[in-house]
Design a protein around this ligand. Structure first.
Ligand code: ALA
Length: 490
């Protein structure tokens, strides 16, 4: 039978269940108990108190020795942030599933390595000649030894030496964030081309055809505020397999987006917009930009739905601002490439996602109506912002043409953004279309002037109390404008 996405996920669970692991549900993408995190960015987040040895004995998780799960992850802000790549390449997502098996002070490197090899090559049947593994090369400054044990273990399962590669702190020492659990790791990479070539030099080289599929972290330390490493009370295994990447390898696709994980979303987008079908082209090959837009929209509806279902509503601060930014990014692609009517665009794609993922993640079924309402509300607000901005732009453009300068002044460009919330790249695009020039230095000057003015406003904020109702509401409107796109409030 075929490796459908569904079968891949279930096979992963079964394999580890047979090895004494308990299947546990994913935790929320909103880490309600961890102020160091914007969103859940790895499977280990929910197990952090176990690793640190701070878990309450009454906690259900405290009894676990071995667990297996799929974790909903968002990497669109903070230490792990892929937002700007999404849409452009074949293997990044703002929202993805991370398959993981866990040992809490139980088994360690030997079992983790042997089982990951067995699962990939024997159960999933991936060609061992296309697999490459890495181990930590050590770091004398931090007093960390090379992980020769991992290297030997990979040899003993039969990986040839030229497929076993050392890696540095950046690639082979995994950390959750600025502080928290961490340790040396060992990754497994898959060559999607194969055919007898040696792709060792393409590992960790950002090559879309040689991608990391699985990371095994040997948790041993807790990174402190002062950057030092404190040894954990016990050793643990934390693994993370990119579900979408694994499925694409098993379905023999060049791209995660060409798998049955995304096809139902693309079909729905096509149905709603009447666009041409998705063809999985990238960069210059995506001549009309439509495939990129398909990917952006399909990726973003996943983030939006899961974030909102788990309680992250769009607003102007922290994670709510990430949600808002992602929605606006998606809306702009949809307007530009699909000519989509904005107001209920994302919610029209939503049913396809709920149908596809609702069984594994019942929370999106439960919250479908709330998600729809919030998405529509947010889109309508953004659509009004865009309309207002466009009108204002037309005024400025007409002036620039009438007075013969054919140039938008820096102050006008800045005001469109600052006062009307109109995205700067849209201003650029529209100016180009009308043959108007813009001066970056002038824009920067206007921005700087506005910063100083707003500083002054802040300093005199005490006077707020003396304003009348009308003045206050005017000021409030101003304060609710989104912060600059290039300055996310992470
Ligand atoms: N925590 C590890 C990762 O996210 C497995 O890559």
């Amino acid at each position: 039978p075929e490796w459908t996405g569904l079968r891949v996920r279930n096979t992963f669970f079964e394999f580890f269940r047979d090895k004494g692991h308990t299947v546990v549900p994913s935790s929320s993408v909103v880490p309600h108990n961890d102020p160091t995190l914007l969103f859940t960015n790895a499977g280990m987040n929910q197990f952090k108190p176990i690793f640190l040895g701070t878990i309450a004995s009454t906690d259900d998780l405290a009894k676990l020795k071995r667990a297996v799960d799929t974790q909903k992850c968002i990497r669109a802000g903070g230490k792990h942030n892929d937002l700007d790549d999404v849409g452009k390449d074949s293997y990044h997502h703002t929202f993805f599933e991370m398959l993981g098996n866990w040992s809490f002070g139980d088994y360690f490197k030997k079992e983790a390595i042997e089982w990951s090899w067995e699962l990939l090559t024997k159960v999933f049947g991936l060609d061992p000649a296309r697999l490459y593994v890495t181990y930590f090369e050590g770091n004398p400054e931090m007093n960390l030894e090379p992980d020769l044990e991992a290297k030997e273990l990979w040899k003993s399962v039969g990986v040839p030496e030229d497929h076993i590669l050392p890696g540095n702190m950046k690639d082979n020492f995994w950390e959750m964030g600025a502080t928290g659990p961490c340790g040396p790791c060992s990754e497994i990479h898959y060559d999607k081309i194969g055919g007898g070539r040696n792709a060792a030099h393409l590992v960790n080289a950002d090559d879309p055809m040689v991608v990391e599929v699985w990371n095994n972290v040997f948790m041993q330390f807790d990174r402190q505020e002062d950057k030092s490493l404190k040894t954990l009370p016990a050793k643990h295994i934390d693994t993370g397999m990119g579900y979408e990447r694994l499925v694409s390898a098993l379905q023999n696709k060049d791209s995660n987006y060409a798998t049955d994980i995304f096809t139902p979303l693309f079909d729905r987008i096509q149905e709603v917009t009447g666009a041409r079908p998705y063809t999985d082209k990238y960069g210059k090959d995506d001549v009309d930009g439509i495939d990129t837009a398909y990917r952006v929209v399909a990726d973003h509806i996943r983030l939006l739905t899961f974030a909102i279902s788990d309680g992250a509503a769009p607003n102007n601060e922290g994670r709510g601002y990430v949600v808002r930014r992602v929605l606006r990014r998606g809306v702009r692609y949809a307007r530009k490439y699909f000519n989509a009517e904005i107001g209920s665009f994302f919610s029209s794609i939503l049913p396809a996602l709920v149908e596809q993922m609702g069984e594994q993640f019942p929370e999106i079924v439960k919250h479908q109506q709330d998600v729809k309402e919030l998405l529509d509300e947010e889109e309508e607000a953004f659509s009004r912002t865009l309309d207002r901005g466009e009108k204002q732009f037309e005024k400025y453009a007409a002036e620039a043409l009438n007075n013969g300068t054919k140039k938008l002044s820096g102050a006008d460009v800045w005001r469109l953004y600052d006062t009307f919330g109109f995205p700067e790249d849209l201003t650029k695009l529209m100016a180009e279309e009308r043959g108007l020039s813009m001066d970056e230095t002038e824009i920067a000057e206007a921005r700087e002037k506005a910063r100083e003015a707003s500083k002054a406003v802040k300093e005199s904020s005490q006077t707020f109390a003396k304003l009348n109702v009308h003045q206050i509401s005017e000021l409030k409107d101003k304060l609710q404008l989104p912060p600059p796109d290039d300055e996310p409030k992470f």
